[in-house]
Design a protein. Structure first.
Length: 465
C-alpha cells in the first residue's frame, strides 16, 4: 500500500475554513517558516480510504481473537471511552486552579479508593505511565523506606525465574543487585531456594503472581512471611491482576507494594497508547509516594508530570463502577474459566507446560512436538495468522522451551474458544503432513517473516523517498 505522502497531489485538499472575519495581522518574521511544511495534500475521500485500509492491516481485539499471553487483550467496553471523552475530563488543564476542576480531583480520589479496595492497599499514585514504570516507582519506595531506617546496606532484590522480564530490569534500574531463584517443579517459588538467599542484605522480593506460567503461588503467605522476617519488603507485580481481582487481595497476602496495569486489566488496551501503571502501597510506604499535588510536590519523588495519564484513570474508574464488586469478581473468574477451558480443549495435541489448573493464562510446551515434526513454536504462531488469530506470546517465559503462552481473557465466547482450539488441533495435524507449509507461513499476510531482531534494533521509522 502507498504511503499517504505518495498519494499527495499538489493543490488537492480538504481545507474548509470559513472566510476570515478579523483583520489579518502579520506575524514576526522570525516566527515564520521559510518554506511550506511537507504535508500530504489529499481529498477527504482518499484520506478516509487510506486510514480505513491501514486499520484493516492490523489485527486488533475488534477484528478477532487475540490471545497474547500476559497482555490481557480483552474487549474494552465502549462506555469507558465515552465517559473519558466527556469535555469535563478532556477540556481541562493540569494547571487549572483546583477549585475549577474539583470534579476531576474527586474522580481521581474515587478511583484511588476503589483500586485500593481491590488490591488491599492504603494509598496509591497514578503517575507512572506503564507497568514497568510502576515497578520502577514501587521499588524506589522500598529503597527510600530502607534508607529512612538507616538500612541502605540492603542492596539485593530477589526475583524468581518465573517473574516477568521487567522485574529484574526494574531492580537493576533502581541500583539493586538481582538474586535469581529457581522455581520448584510445580511452577511455584522454591521455598528452600528462597530461604537460602534471604539475609540482612535483602531489600525485598519482586513477585509476579500469578506468575508467567499462569500459576498462583500456593505458598504466597509463607513467602511474604519469610521475606518480612529477614527485614525485606514484598513487591507484587500486579499486571496479571485480571486473574484475581475481586477474589483475593495482594495486601492481604502480605505485600507492601503493588503496581497494576490499568492498560490491561481496567479498560484501556495494552500497547500503542497511553497507559497507567498505578502503584498502591501500605501505609508505611505512603509518605514516599510521588506527590499527588499537581503543583507543589514538596520535594517528593516525581516520576511523571502532573497526575499521570488522567483519562486512563477515568476509564478504569468507569470500568470499576459499571461492574461493581460482584462484576469485577465475575470478570476474573471468567478469565480463569476461559483459560482452563481452552487449555483442556487443546490438550491431547499441544501439551501444557504444567498440567494443572491454571489462572488466566497457560503455557504450551512445544519442545517434544518440535523434535518430532521439526515445526517450531514460531511456525505455529505464524500459521495462526493465516487463520485470523493473533499469535500467542512466543518463547516466553524463558523457563519453558518452545513456549506459546495463551491468555484468552473473559470477554471471549465459548464459540470463539471452540474455534480457536479447533485451529490449534488442525495445525497440530498439519505439522505431521505438511511441515514445509508451516515453515513458510503466513501465506496470506502483508509481511511474512521479517527479520525481527533487525526490526527491533534498527527500525526504520522515517519516510525517505
Ligand atoms: C505487561 C506486564 C508488565 C509490564 O507492563 P508495561 O505496561 O508493558 O510496561 C509487567 N509485568 C507483567 C507480569 C506484565 O504482564
Amino acid at each position: 500500500m502507498k504511503l499517504i505522502f505518495e498519494k499527495s497531489v499538489p493543490g488537492r485538499g480538504t481545507i474548509m475554513l470559513g472566510k476570515c472575519d478579523v483583520e489579518a495581522v502579520a506575524l514576526p518574521a522570525e516566527l515564520c517558516r521559510q518554506e511550506a511544511p511537507a504535508l500530504p495534500e489529499i481529498s477527504e475521500t482518499d484520506l478516509s480510504r487510506h486510514y480505513t485500509e491501514l486499520c484493516q492491516k492490523v489485527h486488533g481485539v475488534n477484528c478477532g481473537f487475540y490471545p497474547l499471553g500476559s497482555c490481557t487483550m480483552k474487549y474494552n467496553p465502549r462506555i469507558d471511552e465515552e465517559i473519558a471523552a466527556l469535555p469535563g475530563f478532556t477540556a481541562v488543564h493540569p494547571l487549572a486552579p483546583k477549585e475549577t476542576v474539583e470534579g476531576c480531583y474527586e474522580a481521581l480520589d474515587t478511583a484511588k479508593k476503589y483500586l485500593c479496595e481491590v488490591t488491599g492497599m492504603d494509598d496509591m499514585t497514578f503517575q507512572p505511565a506503564a507497568g514497568a514504570h510502576g515497578e520502577f516507582t514501587g521499588v524506589l519506595l522500598i529503597k527510600q523506606y530502607h534508607e529512612s531506617r538507616g538500612e541502605s546496606h540492603r542492596n539485593k532484590i530477589i526475583v524468581p525465574d518465573s517473574a516477568h522480564g521487567t522485574n529484574p530490569a526494574t531492580a537493576a534500574m533502581c541500583g539493586y543487585e538481582i538474586v535469581n531463584i529457581p522455581s520448584a517443579p510445580n511452577g511455584c517459588v522454591d521455598l528452600d531456594a528462597l530461604k537460602a538467599v534471604l539475609g540482612n542484605d535483602t531489600a525485598g522480593l519482586m513477585l509476579t503472581n500469578p506468575n508467567t506460567v499462569g500459576i498462583f503461588d500456593e505458598n504466597i503467605l509463607e513467602i511474604t512471611r519469610l521475606v518480612h522476617e529477614a527485614g525485606g519488603q514484598c513487591y507484587y507485580d500486579g499486571a496479571n491482576l485480571n486473574a484475581v481481582m475481586g477474589a483475593v487481595r495482594p495486601g492481604d497476602m502480605g505485600f507492601d507494594c503493588i503496581h497494576m496495569n490499568l492498560h490491561k486489566t481496567f479498560a484501556t488496551p495494552h500497547g500503542g497508547g497511553p497507559g497507567a501503571g498505578a502503584v498502591g502501597c501500605k501505609g508505611h510506604l505512603a509518605k514516599f509516594l510521588p506527590s499527588s499535588a499537581l503543583m507543589d510536590n514538596d520535594g517528593r519523588l516525581q516520576v511523571r508530570s502532573f497526575a499521570g495519564n488522567f483519562l486512563v484513570v477515568i476509564k478504569a474508574l468507569t470500568y470499576v463502577m459499571t461492574l461493581g464488586a460482584e462484576g469485577i469478581r465475575e470478570a476474573s473468574a471468567n478469565a480463569v474459566l476461559n483459560a482452563n477451558y481452552l487449555m483442556r480443549k487443546i490438550q491431547g495435541t499441544f501439551e501444557p507446560a504444567f498440567d494443572r489448573i491454571c489462572m488466566h493464562e497457560f503455557v504450551l510446551d512445544l519442545s517434544e512436538f518440535k523434535k518430532r515434526t521439526g515445526v517450531s513454536a514460531l511456525d505455529v504462531a505464524k500459521s495462526l495468522i493465516d487463520h485470523g488469530m493473533h499469535p500467542p506470546t512466543m518463547y516466553f517465559p524463558l523457563i519453558v522451551h518452545e513456549a506459546l503462552m495463551l491468555e484468552p481473557t473473559e470477554t471471549e465466547s465459548r464459540e470463539t474458544l471452540d474455534w480457536a482450539a479447533e485451529i490449534f488441533r488442525k495445525l497440530y495435524a498439519l505439522a505431521e503432513t505438511d511441515p514445509e507449509y508451516m515453515h513458510n507461513a503466513p501465506h496470506n499476510a502483508a509481511i511474512a517473516r521479517p527479520d525481527e531482531v533487525r526490526a527491533a534494533r534498527t527500525p526504520v521509522l522515517r519516510y525517505t523517498k
